[in-house]
Every structure is written in structure tokens, then in C-alpha cells.
Design a protein around this ligand. Sequence first.
Ligand code: NAD
Ligand code: MG
Length: 305
Amino acid sequence: MPEAAKPDVVRRAESMVRKDDKGGFPPQEQDPPGLTGRMDPIPDHGEETWVGRDRLTGLKALVTGADSGIGRAVAIAFAREGADVAISYLEAEQEDAEETARLVREAGRNAVLVPGDLVERETCEQVVTDAVEGLGGLDILVNNAGFHWARDGDALDGLTPETVERTLRTNFDAILWLCKAAAPHLGDGASIINTSSVQAYDPSTPLLDYAATKAAVNNLTVNLAAALGPRGIRVNAVAPGPVWTPLQPATRRAQDVEKFGAETPLGRAAQPSELAGAYVFLASPEEASYVSGTVIGVTGGRPVF
Ligand code: NAD
Ligand code: MG
């Protein structure tokens, strides 16, 4: 299409995506959980681009893993849409969490920091208690914290008791305990959004245990939607494809980062900013009033059925 004939919305979208992006990133590794400032390039969380349209005005959200990556993009978008945000993260991620909080406050909303390791059930309960206290209530729970390990070899060879335990407890057990603790605080119009993965549908062998936890998250999403629907609470999930976040250089081998995302039909990984729209839609009591028990894929074209 000639440049002059392009609608403004197409021009804006093109300016947000690296046009020369052929997939992959400079080879790099860091220790888990990973920090944003050590990534090359620094991910785009929508800092310069997300425009709020009052879709979540007055709502209160707890977002786990909100310090970085997809969680930070969701926190920024939620705040610009008018929501207050409690940011759950690991203590090692304090600098990332403070930056997310700064961006939420810059949007004129309340930000509450709730650190803690969610592999412990008691911590899940404490994080919800602290969020409810700090925000003065709760309308949205985004279960987004996650972990995988793909550095020690393929499939069964790469499994260690420590990393499998951490993967299962972070990606699955924590969601159960967070939902159980949050449910009594949620009312009509509230919602829960879980972060699943394309791995639930199209698993890759280095992520044997992780992929199974995400399939379990999908199952849990449907069942929780049935359990909480009668109380007017909607439960959904977002299944991202490859996204450029600290999780990747912190848990993959440097040479795998080099081609990360290149295998998708769109030929590149997403930036975290490209995920936020799905979460805002699902959280909106107006736009998604009849949407529950479903999974939205944001995968660059890989199948989610
Ligand atoms: P990220 O590293 O930015 O976010 C993950 C967050 O999880 C961390 O910031 C950390 O705060 C939190 N976390 C991990 N273990 C925790 C624990 N024990 N206690 C408390 N918090 C803990 O990476 P991301 O890619 O934005 O990950 C967000 C979600 O997206 C995860 O559930 C991940 O599985 C999912 N996901 C990511 C991709 C991808 O390509 N990046 C693809 C599909 C799904
Ligand atoms: Mg982080």
C-alpha cells in the first residue's frame, strides 16, 4: 500500500513494531528471575504508546509478576485505564517493581508493592491480604507469575527436582491459593485472568513440565469460571506466544535466545506491550461482560485449539 494511502491506525501500529525484526535477539543469559535493565534490547511495555480510555476506572487489580515483562505492560495499561494496581514480585526484583509502581503512579493511580515468594501457600494468602488492604478492595486478579527452565538439555534429560518443583508450584499451585484467598473479596463484575501459554496447545520438548502446567491452567480456568460464574465473577486466560521478557534470557541458553520467536507465522517475538490489550479486554466489566471460561491466544499465529 502506498505510504500516503495508509490509514493513520496502520501507520501508528507499524511505528510500534520493529519493521526489520526477523526474529531473535542478541545471545544473552542472566540468572533467574532476571532483570529488565540487563536485557538487550530493553522490552517495550507500552510506556510511550498505551492510551487509556477509562475502561477500568475505579477498579482495583492485583497483578502477580507485575514488576516486569507482560505483568508490567498489564500494570501500565490497567493504570492508564483507571485502575489501582497491587504489584506482586520476588524480592530480588525490587528495582523492576519500583519502576512499574512509578509508571502506575505517573498515570495518577495508586500502586501497592506486595513482594513475596508465591511458591509458599502462606505467602499467596499474605500477598492477597496486603493487596486488599493497600488497595481498599479487589476487583481483578491477574495470575501472571510464572517460571520455566530450559537450560539443562532437552525433555527428560533437562528435568531436575528443584526446577520441576519450582515450575509446578509457581505456575499452578500458586494460582489455586491466590484464587482461594482472593475469591471472598471479589464480587459481581469482578474477574480473574490467568496467564497460560501457546505451550498448552503446541508444547516444545525443552519445556516438558512447564507446558503441562499451562495446559492445567487452561483446565482450571474453565472450571473456576463454572464455580464462580453464579457469583458474577468471570474467569479467563491469555495464552501468549513468544514474548521478549526477562524470563527468556534468565531461563534459556544464550544460543536459543538468538532465534527466539523466529518460528512464528509473524516471524518475530512479541513485545510485552502487544499483550496488554487482551488483559484489558478481559478485565473490562463492560466489554467482556459475557466472556468467561475462555482463553485468548496472542501467539503471532501459532494455533491455540
Ligand atoms: P517475567 O520474567 O517478566 O515475569 C514473570 C514474573 O513471575 C517475574 O517477574 C516474577 O516476578 C514472577 N515470579 C516468578 N516466580 C515467582 C515466585 N516464586 N513468586 C513470586 N513471583 C514469581 O516474564 P513474562 O514472560 O512476562 O512472564 C509472565 C507470564 O507469561 C508467565 O506466567 C509466563 O509463563 C507467561 N508466558 C510467557 C511467555 C514468553 O514468551 N515470555 C510465553 C507464554 C507465556
Ligand atoms: Mg521480573
